[in-house]
Design a protein around this ligand. Structure first.
Ligand code: WQD
Length: 331
C-alpha cells in the first residue's frame, strides 16, 4: 500500500512517516515546509533506512497538488498539513480558513479524480464545545472558541458530507489531545519554526534560553494544584493510532471520529516537576494570568478507539519528558 502523508515533514507527520515505513508501507511526503524543514525528510530516512519521496508543495495550489497524484497511485491519504496555533488563528482567521479548508478540499478533489478512497484526518480535541463534562466522548457537543478549532470542525463536516456522497470512501477523524514527546532515537521531535505556543516546546525553549520569560498561564483554576490539566499523549502512541486507523480505513467505509488520548490528565506543574525530575534540570518559570479561552481541565475517553482500532496509549509522562529532552539536546 502507498500512502500520501500531507504535512509529513512536521512534528506528528514525520513520526508517522517513520512508523508507516517501518510497518512496510510505501510513503510519499508532501509539505510546504511552513512549520518544518526538509531536514526532517533525511532524518526519517536515517531512522528507517528507507526512501521517502518528498514534494515541496502548497496543498492550496490545486495544480501542484495534482502533480503528486499524477506521479503516484495512492491507497490512502493522511492529512496533517495545517496551521495550528490558536492565538495566531485569532489574529489571522482568513489565513487559517483559507489554508486549512482549501488544503482539505484540494486533497478531496484529487482523491476523487484519482480514485483514492481512504482519508485519515488530523483533527483536534479543540472541536469539543466548552462545558462538556470530562472525560470527552466522541458523541459530545461540538463547538469552538477560535478560528483554528472551527477549521477542524468544518473540515470534519466537509469529510462527513464527502462520505455521505461517496459511499465507498472511508474517512477517519482522529481527535488529538496534547501530543508531546519525540522518537526514542532523538533524531526527530517537535521542532517548530519560531516561538511555539504549546507548553512542552516552550519548556524546552525556557531551558535553552530561546525563551526568556516562561510563564505558567494560570494557577487559579479549579484543579488540584490550580494549574491547567491536559491529556498529554506521547507522539509515538498518537502515531500508533494513525497506523491502526490506516488498517481500519482499509476494512471499513463511512466517516468515524476517534479520540486519541491517554484518558488521564496532568497539570502544568505536574508536567514541569516530572520534566525536572527525569532530566535533572530546573525549569525557570513564573506564574502569570490565565490565557484567554483556556479551560481548566481537558482529557479523553478513548474507549471507542480502543474497541474499533485496538488503540491504547502505553507511554508515561516520564517517557514524554525524557524523550523530549533527549531530542532537544541532540538537535
Ligand atoms: C497546555 C497547558 C496552558 C503554554 C493546544 C491547542 C490544541 C492542540 C494542542 C493542535 C494549558 C499551559 C501553555 C505556556 C502554560 N493543538 N501553558 N504556559 O492549549 O491544551 O491545546 O495544543 O491541535 O488545539 O489549543 O495546549 O500546550 O498550549 O497548553 O502554562 O507557556 O499548558 O495554560 O493549561 P492546549 P498548550
Amino acid at each position: 500500500m502507498k500512502i500520501l502523508v500531507a504535512g509529513g515533514a512536521g512534528y506528528i507527520g514525520s513520526h508517522t512517516c517513520v512508523a508507516l515505513l517501518e510497518a512496510g508501507y510505501e510513503v510519499v511526503c508532501a509539505d510546504n515546509l511552513s512549520n518544518s524543514s526538509k531536514d526532517a525528510i533525511s532524518r526519517v530516512e536515517k531512522i528507517t533506512n528507507k526512501s521517502l519521496p518528498f514534494y515541496r508543495v502548497n496543498l492550496c495550489d490545486e495544480s501542484a497538488t495534482e502533480k503528486v497524484f499524477m506521479e503516484h497511485s495512492f491507497d490512502c491519504v493522511i492529512h496533517f498539513a495545517g496551521l495550528k496555533a490558536v492565538p495566531e488563528s485569532v489574529a489571522m482567521p482568513v489565513a487559517y480558513y483559507n489554508n486549512n479548508l482549501n488544503s482539505t478540499l484540494n486533497l478531496c478533489k484529487m482523491m476523487k479524480k484519482y480514485g483514492v478512497k481512504r482519508f485519515i484526518f488530523s483533527s483536534s480535541a479543540t472541536v469539543y464545545k466548552n462545558g462538556n463534562e470530562m472525560p470527552l466522548v466522541e458523541t459530545m457537543d461540538l463547538g469552538c472558541t477560535n478560528p483554528y478549532g472551527w477549521t477542524k470542525f468544518m473540515c470534519e463536516q466537509i469529510l462527513r458530507d464527502v462520505c455521505a456522497a461517496e459511499k465507498d470512501w472511508s474517512v477517519v477523524l482522529l481527535r488529538y489531545f496534547n501530543p508531546v514527546g519525540a522518537h526514542e532515537s532523538g533524531i526527530i521531535g517537535e521542532d517548530p519554526n519560531g516561538i511555539p505556543n504549546n507548553l512542552m516546546p516552550r519548556i524546552v525553549q525556557a531551558l535553552d534560553g530561546r525563551l526568556k520569560n516562561f510563564t505558567v498561564t494560570g494557577d487559579d483554576y479549579d484543579t488540584p494544584d490550580g494549574t491547567g490539566v491536559r491529556d498529554y499523549i506521547h507522539v509515538l502512541d498518537l502515531v500508533d493510532g494513525h497506523v491502526k486507523a490506516v488498517d481500519y480505513a482499509a476494512k471499513n467505509t463511512g466517516c468515524e471520529a476517534f479520540n486519541l488520548g491517554t484518558g488521564r490528565g496532568f497539570s502544568v506543574l505536574e508536567l514541569i516537576n516530572t520534566f525536572e525530575r527525569v532530566n535533572g534540570v530546573k525549569v525557570p518559570y513564573s506564574i502569570a494570568a490565565r490565557r484567554p479561552g483556556d479551560i481548566a481541565t481537558c482529557y479523553a475517553d478513548s474507549s471507542k478507539a480502543a474497541k474499533a482500532l485496538g488503540f491504547k496509549a502505553e507511554k508515561t509522562l516520564e517517557d514524554m519528558c525524557r524523550d523530549t529532552w533527549r531530542f532537544s539536546n541532540g538537535k
